[in-house]
Design a protein around this ligand. Structure first.
Ligand code: HEC
Length: 108
């Protein structure tokens, strides 16, 4: 296969993968998610996310944690605790966006 065809195939495949995860996050949705994190998550984790009813989820505290596992906690919640499952409101792609957002302290 020619190199150019291979690159086109790879591009098509990664676009497909993004679709499976619920599509890409446009800037408008990113702003909504940011508001959700600060308001809704902040109602338990503290307005600055430094902890309240829920634990501190700021970047330095979460350092070294895998975004996939944080996204899973966000989607499924922590059974038996106040941490709710957000699956009804968020796609997997959006939960992963939030996990990346939490891990990247510069964006907060
Ligand atoms: C009703 C209260 C509540 C709300 C709202 C809430 N959380 Fe939580 N969250 C908790 C509690 C309590 C825990 C600790 C669970 C435990 O004991 O393991 C937790 C745990 C977590 C953890 C795991 C932290 C760790 O160190 O493993 C993450 C990540 C998290 N929440 C993110 C979020 C995000 C993102 C949102 C908003 C989309 C959110 N939470 C909304 C109460 C809440």
């Amino acid at each position: 296969m020619a190199r150019r065809e291979l690159l086109a195939l790879l591009a098509a495949m990664s676009a497909g993968a993004a679709d499976c995860l619920g599509g890409t996050i446009n800037p408008e949705r990113a702003r909504e998610l940011e508001r959700l994190v600060l308001h809704d998550c902040g109602s338990c984790h503290g307005m600055t996310l430094k902890g309240g009813l829920g634990p501190d989820i700021r970047a330095p505290t979460l350092a070294g944690r895998l975004p996939q596992s944080l996204a899973k906690t966000i989607l499924d919640g922590v059974p038996g605790t106040a941490m709710p499952a957000w699956r009804p409101l968020l796609t997997e792609r959006e939960a992963r966006w939030i996990a990346d957002y939490l891990l990247d302290g510069d964006r907060q």
